[in-house]
Design a protein around this ligand. Structure first.
Ligand code: MLT
Length: 398
């Protein structure tokens, strides 16, 4: 009989978005005539842009001809894409060597898989509320997790507490779920804290394309010292609507070298390269080819138009919350709006109430941690008409 990873007993029975889907289908089965509006999981509704689609077609045709056919690709991903991503970083004021970029199939997979590089007895620092993947994957490995509070008092932007010693620090900015975004000074404090603790920051930048206020960082590498302490994850899911197409990138600077217990110097870049080439055979060529098209000037302009479309949804949602004087964060530099549940409700109670009375699905804050138990998240990734309709129903309810 195999010995099992009993840490799985410490997880919630199902992953947050699986639980939401379960409750929604149950409601749908009982009320087949109701029109449900889904503003829960952050999945895009706009199709891939013209440029990405044209590149996909072109790459498919290349796969049909011996001269251009591609089998297994380079383990880090194709150079043409890594160069395009590096140039994109440069435009945002960060100097990222293409050789430190690894192409992958999702920021979710990479933020989960990165735990392979670290021993079980590291202390992990996680803000609460937080994207559940960081917590669940560390529970699976049996690591000790310490939480720092994100609350309305600190605008959901917790800052380092020097009395806490941690080895791994998860940060997400613009934040999922709260939509709050760190400025450069705040990130510099985190970098200084990480360096003084010899800790590694695992920085999730999946929502960077939504930053709209000038001066706010898109990448942690815009800040001095980050290469000595930070790994960054980013994705085309939200930037370019690749949630179903799958392409992401992770940057592991070569400066990240630590001394093992036997005195050997180990590089996180080399370790991830070893892991990636052992456990992963790469993102499909056609997807990488389409991803490179996203980073062209025309490709970026098309993505920006889609992001502006989603921003308008965020404005529609925020406007109703403003009218109702419901406190919220997000929506400006992020596709998420995070608000206090009306009438003092708890978040799962509010989830059921909204589903039953307005047929609108959102995400209960409790799914992101203790500090979310009276909060609720709506996504701006819907279509205009359904977002307007959802907020009309919301308006009539409160
Ligand atoms: C979310 O809704 O939090 C995200 O879409 C989940 C994800 O990106 O995996």
């Amino acid at each position: 009989m195999p010995l099992l990873n009993e840490n799985y007993q410490n997880l919630e029975e199902s992953y947050l978005f699986a639980e939401i889907a379960r409750r929604v289908s149950k409601y749908e089965e009982a009320h087949p005539d109701q029109k449900i509006i889904r503003l829960g999981i952050g999945d895009v509704t706009k199709p891939l842009t013209k440029k990405a689609i044209a590149a996909l077609h072109e790459a498919v045709d290349m796969q049909a001809v011996s001269e251009t056919f591609k089998g297994y690709g380079p383990e880090k991903g194709y150079e043409f894409l890594r160069n395009a991503i590096s140039a994109y970083y440069k435009r945002n004021g960060a100097d990222v060597d293409p050789d430190t970029i690894f192409i992958s199939d999702g920021a979710k997979s990479d933020t989960g898989n990165i735990t392979d590089l670290f021993a079980k007895d590291n202390v992990v620092l996680v803000p609460d509320p937080v994207y559940p993947v960081y917590v669940d994957t560390n529970i699976m490995d049996g690591r000790k997790i310490v939480y720092i509070n994100g609350t309305a008092e600190n605008n959901f932007l917790p800052m380092p507490d020097p009395s806490i010693k941690a080895d791994l620090i998860y940060l997400c900015s613009p934040n999922n779920p709260t939509g709050a975004c760190y400025d450069k000074e705040q990130l510099k404090c985190w970098i200084d804290y990480a360096r003084s603790n010899q800790a590694v920051i695992l920085f999730d930048a999946a929502y960077e394309a939504f930053v709209s206020q000038p001066g706010l960082p898109h990448s942690i590498y815009e800040i001095e010292g980050a290469k000595e302490c930070a790994i960054e994850f980013c994705s085309l899911s939200k930037t370019a609507g690749f949630t179903g197409t799958r392409c992401s990138y992770t940057v592991i600077p070569k400066e990240l070298v630590f001394t093992a217990s036997n005195g050997v110097e180990m590089s996180l870049h080399a370790m991830w390269n070893r892991r990636h080439s052992t456990k992963f055979n790469g993102t499909p060529y056609i997807v990488q080819y389409a991803a490179a098209a996203v980073f062209t000037e025309e490709g970026m302009a098309e993505c920006q138009a889609n992001i502006d479309y989603y921003r308008e949804n965020a404005r529609i949602i925020s406007q109703v919350l403003d009218q109702k004087k419901i406190p919220y964060t997000g929506g400006v530099n992020s596709p998420y709006i995070w608000f206090e549940c009306p009438k003092g409700m708890e978040s799962w109670e509010f989830f059921d109430y909204l589903l039953e009375n307005a047929q609108v699905v959102g995400t209960p804050g409790a799914g992101f941690g203790e500090n979310g138990k009276n909060y609720f998240r709506l996504t701006a990734f819907g279509q205009h008409e359904s977002t307007k309709e959802a907020m009309k129903r919301f308006d009539q309810l409160f």
